[in-house]
Design a protein around this ligand. Structure first.
Ligand code: FES
Length: 99
């Protein structure tokens, strides 16, 4: 199975290898990452992150995620909702607070 490396720069957490196209809330927990999840359906904004990666390291956000991002992180092109992100390649993620 192919995996994707996810790093958490600036934190005490080690990088995690998750399956390609993994549902991140199933693999990233409070024990192994700085990310927190709430609704897991793209509504609450709890899992708001900034992603640093190659352009093709994740599927682009769908319309409903884009709509939520306009609310939680207006003008931030790196913002994503971790619960909606489909990883396709290595990335660095940072938890951010909503606007
Ligand atoms: S956990 Fe609620 S938007 Fe991701």
């Amino acid at each position: 199975m192919s995996t994707v490396r996810i790093e958490f720069p600036g934190t005490r957490f080690e990088a995690q290898e998750v399956p390609l196209r993994a549902c991140l809330p199933l693999h990233l927990t409070v024990q192994n990452s700085p990310l927190l999840f709430g609704c897991r359906s793209g509504l609450c904004g709890t899992c708001l992150i900034e992603v640093e990666s190659a352009a093709d390291a994740a599927e682009p956000p769908r319309a409903d995620e884009r709509e939520a991002l306009e609310l939680y992180a207006p003008g931030n092109p790196r913002a994503r909702l971790a619960c909606q992100l489909v990883p396709l390649g290595a990335m660095k993620v940072r938890k951010i607070a909503s606007a």
